[in-house]
Design a protein around this ligand. Sequence first.
Ligand code: ADP
Ligand code: MG
Length: 649
Amino acid sequence: MSQAALATSPSSGGGSGRPSPWRLFAANRLAAGGLIVLAAIAVLVLLAPLLPLPSPDATEPANRLLRPMSDGYLLGSDQLGRDILSRLLHGTRTSIAVGLSATLVAAVIGSLLGLVAGYAGGRSDNLIMRGIDMLMAFPYILLALAIVAALGPGLMNALLAIAVVNIPFFARNIRGVTVGLVHREFVDAARLSGKGDLSILLTEVLPNVLPVVVITMATTVGWMILETAGLSFLGLGAQPPQADLGSMLGEGRRQLFTAPHVSIIPGLMIFVLVMSINLMGDGVRDLLDPRLKSGALGRPSARTDVASDRAKAATAQEAATALLDVDGLTTEFRVGSEVYRAVGGVDFELKAEECLGLVGESGSGKSVTAMSLLGLVPSPPGRVVGGRVAHRGEDLLDVSYDRLRQLRGGSFACVFQDPLSTLHPLYTVGDQIVEAIRAHQALGYRAAHAKAVELLKLVQIPGPERRMEAYPHELSGGMRQRICIAMALANDPEVLIADEPTTALDVTVQAQVLRLLNRLRMDKQAAVLFITHDFGVVSEICDRVAVMYAGRIVEVGPTEELLTRPAHPYTRKLIDCVPVLGERERRLDAIPGLPPAVNRLPEGCAFADRCPQARPDCRRGNITLDRLGDERSVRCLFPLLSSEKQRVS
Ligand code: ADP
Ligand code: MG
């Protein structure tokens, strides 16, 4: 057994779990740079009226077209002798104000239209969206020109034109998101609770689309400033003598060869402004994407990170022959400054053709244990920091990625809890099984198809030929789980990992699926690691049981013995929680208290706080998984069996 697993304290303690928004933002260097430049421009522009600068409109014909760095004119003067620096600051101020206002108007109107269209659906949706389509059918800038031409030139009208032509972007984006949301369960739940449409829109849908609105705003505001400048450049926006970046550029164009600085300076300002806004927009998007919020800025890699200096137990003699020998497996999640030791040194052995049950409360680390075996824990934040997973003597944590891919779906197959989320919604189940077969076997489509039909027969799907053409949503839950089992069996695995495969099914279907799994594992001679929280299921199918608590195995033994004579107080309590039909007087004891948080595990036995038998010794040191007879082990200083023995004697 590995002692290394609990050698270090699991938590660094203190600090908030997730990185602060600011840290996430700052991790994106370009975005932070954009923000700094933008902030500098904003400060200058806001302070412009207070700075000791001449009026932006004051002409001085004697000082026309002065070069930058001339006396009294830091950036030179234009064709009417106006101070370019002053015009630049005031012009930028105008451009930003117009761009931002246009964005706000477009965002509010467009999002409202999108929300209503997406939520109402049917005719209202059709009406609104066809209107939007008509707006989009006109060339974009022409439409803006036409609107300004109709309303007359001027900044206010340019603002309106830009806002109108941008409404479709918001409306389409928001409608798409809304349509995806209104059929989700939480909206149904809100409706069932008696909420009205307006209230659902405001409290359920809006908070979910708000990040999309903000992201769209952040990424379009730069574009809108450019468009405003474009209209002003053509003389349709700001009217003389008012300065904005576009009109400055347009006026400077005539002196492009004699005094290039007059147009280059506003041009540069437009470039820097729009660039910094766009970079910042990217950062805002990263910040608001909920998947990035979890603390990882990158995408999880295809394989769990394994610490190169991880602690391994000495290779035991029998390990080379065992089908699967897991020793001291330790998996952590690093979220911000917190370290969650989800799996804290797990040891078990899986013999050929046996079914080992892994039981424990929700959150005890069963799934993470199973996922760690094949490197399926997302990294970041997951990381295997210790242990060995020996499959016929080969350590799966050390094998090459190619070898791991061979094993995944080949020698090792998985069946998960929710078949609807594991099956691809857009492919027929037949194609998915064929794909699973061809990933590991050099078969043509026809041969694989025939094999897939065989597999469907094997898992007792009626009318297998016809069902091959079905999509996952057309099948019932039990049928879907059979499909997943068929896929798992496609390549005759040696080890089948079943993670709560029957939890989502009703009791009768659960019994059928269990019986099927049991028969198939005998037929196919596969070993099964069966994860569940249900002792009823365990007694049906498992040869041996390992009980998990707070990331460690606390008891292992043959099913029959462990269920009738549990040695660990936790196992005892778990068994007491199982209702028995016909025994009405039996007390259903919930275990008092809650499991410890895996980022703050106590010293000694993790169960001590909830254990009726706990003594002071239980809260000290590392308690090991000790043998108790031939086939049983227990991680307890005062196992129940010994006290029973004492009572008997
Ligand atoms: P179960 O025994 O119910 O299958 P799990 O193995 O899924 O429990 O989870 C064990 C612990 O690991 C839980 O405390 C859970 O919060 C944590 N955990 C699982 N996945 C992640 C993840 N991607 N990021 C952070 N923590 C995780
Ligand atoms: Mg689980």
